[in-house]
Design a protein around this ligand. Structure first.
Ligand code: EPZ
Length: 417
């Protein structure tokens, strides 16, 4: 358990390089099992989740090395198909190892990741797809054991463009006999990055970024070297740090069209784009957004909902935010209310009515999840007085040295273990 100590009221100002994407490196690390050889992966974010994924790889027998944001995996020594249950508890997105371990070991045993602060987080889409590909699935208590001598390509239509399910289907299909077609696939940039990684290994996969992805099974995959794309959610979080403190920021090594810039413009910020850079300057007033809906990519991302709620808490009017992806991504709101925010959660638990206030006041807060925790830091930067945020390592899972980076941009922030 650690805590962030923030004295608000300082304008964010300066430039920042953005690190690699958490939601891209995790499926890519899972995919490094597939070539039973070496993967050199650059621009890995140095965050808890990266290290948890490396521990999972080590636990199944791979050799792993990590230094200076580069991970080197040798998966030729893999000797187990069991994902360490303690690590699944630490990181529910460990489910992304299902497809790749099954592909190589013909079996995989993993405990149910279970729900979290955002909602129940079922994995029914993942399991239904693996069954369609020919896997036998035994559920034994909270353990799932999948086995398949030969996976056979087929057409899989997803009820919802689930990011994780799309990734697991891809990883389970690379060696499957024949062709697999995913319909209603997730279109996130992290899926494109995974496809690029796999193509470099020699996989036959096309369509990532669209709703239809086709994977034709191959026999073998080769060694690979790859650079992970920048983290669009971290980039947007830092843009909001400047917007909420009426400051200005230039972020570098970003892929500009990965961010929902239209929504920043709706709040009245000035935005200037240049090659892989975004400059944002806040205006005197933050404009409210009458109807902000979270949706799968390429629409406004659920992973920025909490951070935008913090920003809109200080807008000059009423905003309505609707969370359409997770059923209870709202644990940041009671904490913001402690700071003086005027937010009402409707009985559906996913509609938030935000009446902007002139000021927020520092308070003692508890962060409940990764992006909610980041949202509390953003609100504290703008608040009058001191805020303490108790955080059970949620923020460290997805933000690399956030307090050092914010300090370098003018914030008065400290982190204590
Ligand atoms: C990925 O989670 C991201 N995590 C999440 O980021 C992100 O919020 C989410 O995609 C949506 O963009 C990683 O990439 C590691 P989903 P994932 O499957 O794959 C339901 C962060 O803060 N669903 O697209 O788990 C599910 O309950 C994290 O970085 C089923 O019903 O998300 C949710 O309501 C948080 N059955 C919706 O679909 C299933 O089998 C979207 O989930 C799978 C999902």
């Amino acid at each position: 358990m650690g805590r962030y100590l923030i004295n608000g009221g300082k304008k964010i100002s300066g430039t920042l390089k953005i690190n690699g994407s958490k939601n891209s490196v995790l499926p890519i690390l899972a995919a490094s099992i597939l070539n039973s050889g070496q993967s050199v992966i650059h621009n890995c974010p140095d965050i808890y989740d990266t290290h948890t994924a490396l521990k999972i790889l080590k636990h199944v027998g791979c050799k792993v090395k990590f230094e200076n944001h580069t991970a080197i995996i040798d998966s030729s020594t893999i000797n187990s198909y069991e994902v360490d249950p303690d690590l699944v508890k630490e990181m529910r997105s460990s489910i992304i190892f299902l497809g790749s371990i099954l592909s190589v070991m013909k079996r995989v045993s993993i405990s149910y990741p279970g729900g979290c602060e955002l909602g129940k987080r079922p994995i029914d889409f993942h399991l239904a797809a693996l069954k369609k590909l020919g896997a036998q699935i035994i559920e034994d208590g909270d353990k799932i054991i999948c086995s398949a001598e030969n996976l056979k390509g087929c057409k899989i239509k997803l009820k919802f463009p689930s990011v994780g399910a799309t990734q697991n289907i891809i990883l389970a299909s690379v060696f499957a006999r024949g062709s697999t077609k995913i319909i209603n696939a997730a279109r996130e940039p992290e899926i494109i990055d995974l496809q690029n990684f796999l193509k470099k290994m020699g996989a036959d996969i096309n369509g990532a970024g669209t709703s239809q992805i086709v994977i034709n099974g191959v026999e073998k995959l080769s060694n690979v070297e790859h650079k992970v794309i920048p983290d669009r959610i971290v980039a947007a979080t830092f843009l909001i740090s400047a917007a909420i403190t009426k400051g200005q920021i230039e972020i570098e090594n970003v892929i500009t069209n990965h961010l929902p810039l239209i929504n920043f413009l709706q709040t009245g910020c000035y935005i200037k784009l240049s090659k892989n850079k975004i400059y944002l300057k806040a205006k005197e007033f933050i404009r409210p957004i009458k109807n902000l809906q979270t949706m799968p990519y390429p629409y406004f991302p659920t992973d920025l909902q909490a951070q935008f709620v913090s920003l809109l808490s200080l807008a000059s009017g009423r905003s309505i935010v609707k969370e359409n992806v997770f059923e209870s991504r709202n644990k940041h709101i009671p904490e913001l209310i402690k700071m003086g925010a005027k937010i009402k959660i409707l009985p559906d638990n996913t509609t938030f009515i935000i009446d902007g206030v002139k000021r927020l006041n520092g308070a003692y807060l508890i962060s409940k999840d990764l992006r909610g925790g980041a949202a509390l830091i953003l609100a504290a930067l703008a608040a009058y007085g001191k805020t303490i945020i108790q955080d059970e390592n949620h923020i460290l899972r997805g933000y690399e040295k956030i307090e050092e980076k914010l300090k370098s941009l003018g914030a008065d922030i400290k982190y204590e273990q």
